[in-house]
Design a protein around this ligand. Sequence first.
Ligand SMILES: Nc1ncnc2c1ncn2[C@@H]1O[C@H](COP(=O)(O)OP(=O)(O)O)[C@@H](O)[C@H]1O
Ligand SMILES: [Mg+2]
Length: 256
Amino acid sequence: MSRVIAIANQKGGVGKTTTAINLAGSLAENGNRLLCVDMDAQANLTVGLGLNPRTIERSIANVLIEPGVTIRDVIVPTQTVGIDVAPSDIDLSATENTLFSAIGREYALREALQGWAHENYDFILIDCPPTLGLLTINALVAADSVIIPVQTQYYALKGFNALVNVIDQVRSRGLNPDLRILGLLPTFFDGRTLLGRDMLEELKSMGDHHIFQNMVKQTVRLGEAPLVGRPVTEYATNSEAARVYRGLAREVIELG
Ligand SMILES: Nc1ncnc2c1ncn2[C@@H]1O[C@H](COP(=O)(O)OP(=O)(O)O)[C@@H](O)[C@H]1O
Ligand SMILES: [Mg+2]
C-alpha cells in the first residue's frame, strides 16, 4: 500500500506545488516509486514536472467524473526516474461543478486511487488547488496525511484555522476519520529577520502540530524551478534547496 500525502493550503503561492515536486524528487532519489496527482486546474505541478498540458488528452478531470476512465488511463511518466504524474488541465475547474451534484462526490479521488495505484506506488502526493472546495476535500478524503506549507511572511496565518476546521470536519463527519496533519512546513523562511523568527513563534502557537525541521528558505533555485521541469534535487543537486527537501523526505519517512 502506498502512503498518500496531500499538500494543502487554500492560499496560493505558499509553495504547495514546489513542495510536491521536490519532495517527490527526494523520495524518488531513494528508489521510491511516486505518483504525483495534480488537483489544480492551473496545472503547475504538471508543467513543473516537464509535461506540456497541450499534449495531454485526458487528465485527472476525466478520472473524477467519467465512469470507466481510470487513473491508469491518464498517468504519464516524467523525465525523472520513479516519478509519474496524473496530470491536470483547465477542465478541472468545470469538473468541480460537475462533481458537486454527483453521489459520493467527496470520494471520487479516493476511489480512483484504490487498487492499482496503491499497489504500484510507494508514495502518492496530491497537490491541492488554492481553495477549500470539493477538489481539496477529495484530496483530504483520499489522503492518509496532510502537509501544510506555510509562508512565513505577512498574514501567513490568516486562514489557517479555516483549513484546520475543514480537516477536522473531514475527520468528524466520517469522510476520513484517520486523516492526520503530518506537519506544518515553513516556506520562504528567513531566520535572519525578526519577522521570520516571529512567524515561526506564531506558527508554534497555532496548536499542537509538528513543525518540520527542514524549513524551506526563499531561494532563486526554487523560483526558477517551474521553467526547468525537474525537481531541484536533479537540476541543482548540491544546492541548499535540494538538501532541505532531502531532509524533509527523511522527516516524512520517519514520521511514518
Ligand atoms: N522557497 C522558495 N523560494 C523562492 N521561490 C519559491 C519558493 N517556493 C516556491 N517559489 C516560487 O513561488 C511561486 C509559488 O510557489 P508554488 O509552489 O507554485 O505555490 P502554490 O502551489 O502554493 O501556489 C512559484 O513561482 C515558485 O517557483
Ligand atoms: Mg500550486
